[in-house]
Design a protein. Structure first.
Lengths: 315, 267
């Protein structure tokens, strides 16, 4: 049943752009993009339970690297992997410091925030990378330069990013590594006592997660054609990344996707409607309320809840 | 401001992510009181503190209380949610333009020999010291303070000797929020603010508290001084926009090598 459902869902997503309006395609691109980010975060934040609040840094590194290389004649198709590798390098550094020195919970949150903020401050002060203004990509419309005239191409790339991240997460989940990560989240001490090298697995999760996030960063840069330090390195983006998997269900395979499918359209529509009447920030109030509600009533997230509901009905 | 956060964290091991936004609400309250009731923020800070005390009480009783037992992460997320709501309600009500409260005091300066001293800053500094002292007295010299500290050290123990731990938590959270409200009102004539100020205020106060030491009032005070000195020096020797770099680097160093902070107890 699961395989048919997956294939059916994929078929629908692949066929959708044929019937969607331009605006709807844009919303779907955002849904996939944020779902990819959410899934990447989920690997370290959900499965391994290491609450990183600085994932925006990896988006920024991925985006900046690809754009800077692009300005020097390197195609973003290569640049995105360079950027992702650098993001993974930063992820490894933050992870190494955090995990080696045993920072947990709030302390780990602060460490990741501090690193992301340092990236933001550096990016906005170094003129060579555009300073506070940021970087702009000159439009060429050349597919070899990761630029497309047809937004539907972005749709498929974003879809691929989401599926790729989900595929990686699925792979991890099935292997022993996934079990180790969940065990680390539930009881790290017990895990260590059983002889599991928790440091190694947490590092691995962090590196994979930041690599995937870096890839998405390049996509962001070449889909929006601009990078501003406060937008790609800032805390608000990190919040956007965290909130989807939490609301959808952290540590589950489909939770982050569900989170993005719920929140992204909600955010976009309310931004669209309230923004026009000058009521900015309405979608963030909704975020906040949802977050409070989920923490209080559905601490596992929406996906496990839905699944329970469905299986109960079938039984 | 950091003193309030320390109290909340010290007592309940809860990290208040809504801290900066509560402070911004303190500022806006001072703003509203000044424009509509003509109250000077140096008087109205008492009212702001009282209102924020109520807000803190409600947040604690209605929300945090339900998940005190839950892992730290959930509390962080919960308060992040509260922060988002507070910030954006402020945005809806007051708009994104920076505001500033006018106070005749803010324009006065005293000449002390070669130094010019801003009266407003001096008053703020004085009230901060008085608040820190008053809180220390409350915590270490009164029965209620003893109970607060007892609940912090060992909630079950405190429960056993008959303390109403939930009520104590609520009061502590309320006092913490009240400190923030007072601080917000006091700096409102000095510091222009907008709803989005809350985030950076939260981050700054976390810096201060971590550097000074979680759960230590003196630490919070000294941490505050250290962070401002580090940032001012950074602004003098490098570009002003780079000043935060110093406090974040300091934060990382402290997190790694002395996670309990300079004045915190090792746990």
């Amino acid at each position: 049943v699961r395989a048919t459902a997956t294939i059916l869902a994929l078929a629908v997503l692949v066929a959708l752009p044929a019937v969607l309006s331009g605006y709807a395609v844009t919303i779907f691109i955002l849904i996939f993009f944020y779902a990819a980010l959410a899934q990447a975060w989920n690997i370290v934040g959900g499965y391994a339970g290491q609450l990183s609040a600085g994932h925006a840094a990896f988006v920024g590194i991925g985006g900046y690297t690809a754009v800077l290389l692009f300005e020097r004649g390197v195609t973003p198709w290569i640049g995105m992997f360079v950027g992702a590798t650098l993001a993974a390098g930063l992820g490894a550094m933050v992870g190494y410091l955090g995990f080696r020195f045993g920072l947990r919970g709030f302390y780990f949150v602060l460490l990741t925030v501090a690193f992301a903020e340092i990236c933001r401050i550096l990016a906005s002060n170094i003129e060579a990378v555009g300073g506070a203004v940021g970087l702009y990509v000159t439009f060429t419309g050349d597919p070899r330069q990761f630029q497309f005239r047809d937004p539907r191409v972005y749709y498929y790339i974003a879809l691929a990013l989401m599926l790729g991240a989900t595929g990686v997460a699925a792979l991890l989940e099935r292997r022993r590594l996934g079990i180790y990560l969940t065990a680390i989240r539930e009881d790290e001490m017990a895990c260590e006592a059983l002889g599991v090298d928790t440091f190694k697995y947490k590092m691995l999760a962090m590196v994979v997660s930041s690599f995937l996030t870096g890839l998405a960063g390049t996509f962001y840069a070449f889909q929006t054609f601009s990078l501003q330090p406060s937008a790609v390195f800032g805390i608000p983006l990190s919040v956007e990344i965290i909130i989807r998997p939490i609301i959808g269900g952290a540590g589950t395979l489909l939770g982050p996707l569900l989170g993005s499918f719920i929140l992204t359209p909600l955010a976009e529509l309310s931004r669209h409607y309230f923004g026009q009447s000058g009521l900015h920030g309405a979608h963030l109030i909704v975020y906040g309320l949802l977050l409070v509600a989920v923490v209080l009533f559905l601490p596992q997230g929406a996906y496990p809840f839905l699944r329970r509901l469905l299986t109960r009905e079938r039984a | 401001m950091a003193v309030g956060l320390t109290l909340i964290f010290g007592v309940m091991r809860v990290v208040n992510f809504a801290h900066g936004d509560m402070m911004v609400w303190g500022m806006y309250l001072a703003f509203v009181l000044a424009t509509h009731a003509g109250l000077d923020p140096y008087l109205s800070f008492v009212a702001c503190a009282a209102i924020l005390f109520g807000l803190g009480l409600v947040v604690q009783r209605g929300l945090v209380d339900r998940i005190v037992e839950a892992p730290h992460e959930m509390q962080i997320l919960l308060l992040l949610g509260v922060a988002l709501v507070l910030e954006n309600v402020a945005l809806l009500v007051f708009g994104p333009e920076p505001a500033r409260v006018r106070s005749p005091l803010a324009r006065l300066t005293w000449e002390l020999g070669p130094l010019y001293v801003d009266v407003a800053r001096l008053v703020t500094f004085g009230v901060a010291i008085v608040l820190t002292l008053a809180l220390s007295l409350l915590l270490f010299r009164t029965e209620h303070g003893r109970l607060i500290r007892a609940s912090a050290d060992n909630p079950y123990g405190a429960l056993v000797i008959g303390a109403d731990v939930r009520r104590i938590y609520a009061v502590a959270f309320g006092i913490g929020a009240a400190c923030v409200g007072a601080a917000g009102a006091l700096v409102s004539p000095i510091l222009p603010f907008s709803p989005s100020t809350g985030l950076s205020l939260s981050v700054t106060s976390f810096n201060i508290v971590i550097i000074g030491g979680m759960g230590s009032l003196v630490g919070a005070f000294i941490g505050g001084l250290l962070v401002s000195v580090a940032e001012s020096l950074g602004a003098v020797f490098l570009k002003p926009s780079l000043k935060e770099l110093f406090s974040f680097s300091l934060l990382i160093a402290i997190l790694l090598f002395r996670p309990a902070g300079l004045f915190g107890k090792r746990s």
